[in-house]
Design a protein around this ligand. Structure first.
Ligand SMILES: Cc1ncc(COP(=O)(O)O)c(C=O)c1O
Length: 379
């Protein structure tokens, strides 16, 4: 397909950009001697799992469904990890059949499912880890993403951790970062050493979680490689990282059409067929203003881009534009591959955007189109 044949709204994922992110991550794996997993919660466009499997070591899931998706779509050699704050007993057996690494969030959960996981662990089919809470916040501004916040349910604090590593546990896991660089990781690891140091020599693997903005231009990639080599040399464990964003950072856009332009006093609002609430929920949840590729950094017209839903606050952002948009204009939002299609919804009966893959030769492949049935079938 050509660009002008696409419908709106559509998420367009650029294959070349995904490859360039994957190359950076593969280089880290090779030079540092670590393993990098795709955190599917950020990006589950499984059409690309065969490609991703060529570069990364595997996948990590937030529960049974993501683990199943990876098991069905990934290459046979890829690893399949899972972490969930609490597992349902009815799902444990299926998880153990398809996952090679299972992480527990509490001693109570570990023990509740011991009978099940021990059967697989004794046969060498699964490795078991505990998520710890380093109690070291490095995030300011969006507490909703801080697992080290006061009263957090995520990860076992040192005070609640047994003196002896529980039988069968060979790994530790922490996830505390969000869109961060190397220094917060180093700081957090120092906090882990301070609190959990005695266990670090007893485990065979550690998972440093996600939130590493490795594919961002200013990330200290060489510093990360050196850091991983250092901790591997010091403790002799295998190191995993499980970023989500980094795999598809700046690798996708969302195109949308202007349906109406409304003037209310001094405000100019372009109503589009995309929605912050439905198609880019992080815009309201985080909150943040996504980049609009049609905006200008020079002087221009202040235009609010808002959705056609009923929600007054369904505003994507306010931008300086070189001209006032007209009905029929196509607008393009940047960085829309991550935490977008995995979180979207059909509030107001809004149609879900098409999922499109842009190939290097300029061809646009329609990967998925949704219909009224997708809305109805969930209700
Ligand atoms: C346990 C865990 N691992 C990995 C990730 C991926 O983080 P990111 O997409 O910021 O790299 C998350 C995100 O919330 C997470 O909760």
């Amino acid at each position: 397909m050509r660009f002008d044949e696409l419908s709106t709204p559509s998420y367009i994922v650029q294959e070349e950009k995904i490859k360039s992110n994957l190359n950076i991550l593969k280089n880290v794996q090779e030079k540092a001697g670590c393993k990098i997993l795709l955190a599917q919660k950020a990006f589950s466009m499984y059409r690309l799992y065969p490609l991703i499997s060529e570069y990364l070591s595997g996948y990590t899931a937030s529960g049974l469904f993501e683990a199943k998706l990876a098991a069905e779509e990934m290459s046979k050699s890829a690893e399949n990890h899972v972490f969930e704050p609490a597992y349902k007993p009815s799902e444990m057996e299926e998880i153990l059949k398809i996952c090679d690494h299972v992480y527990f969030n509490s001693i109570a959960q570990l023990e509740k499912h011991r009978e099940a996981w021990e059967r697989y662990e004794k046969e060498g089919k699964v490795k078991i880890a505990l998520r710890i809470n380093p109690e070291h916040s490095t995030q300011v501004g969006h507490e909703i993403y801080d697992p080290c916040g006061k009263g957090s349910r995520l990860g076992i604090r040192r005070i609640d951790f047994p003196e002896e590593l529980p039988k069968g546990v060979t790994g530790l896991h922490f996830h505390t970062l969000c869109e961060q660089g190397l220094e917060p990781l180093k700081e957090t690891f120092a906090a882990v050493e301070g609190r959990f140091g005695k266990y670090l020599k007893q485990i065979s693997f550690i998972n440093l979680g996600g939130g590493h903005h490795i594919t961002k231009d200013d990330y200290d990639v060489e510093g990360l490689i050196a850091f991983i080599k250092d901790i591997k040399a010091k403790y002799g464990f295998e190191v995993y990282l499980e970023p989500g964003e980094a795999i598809a950072l700046n690798a996708g856009t969302l195109i949308t059409e202007v349906l109406d332009v409304v003037r209310t006093g001094d405000y100019i609002t372009a109503i589009v067929d995309a929605s912050a609430a439905c198609h880019m929920p992080d815009v309201l949840e985080m909150p943040y203003t996504p980049p609009l590729l049609d905006a200008t950094e020079d002087t221009g017209f202040l235009v609010r881009i808002a959705s056609r839903t009923c929600l007054a606050g369904d505003v994507i952002g306010t931008y300086v534009m070189p001209r006032i948009p007209e009905v029929g204009d196509i607008l393009t939002f940047g960085d829309m591959a991550i935490y977008s299609m995995v979180k979207n919804n059909t509030f107001n009966g809004m149609a879900l955007p098409d999922i499109v893959l842009e190939h290097a030769d300029g061809d646009f492949e329609l990967v998925k189109r949704f219909s009224y049935e997708d809305f109805k079938s969930r209700l």
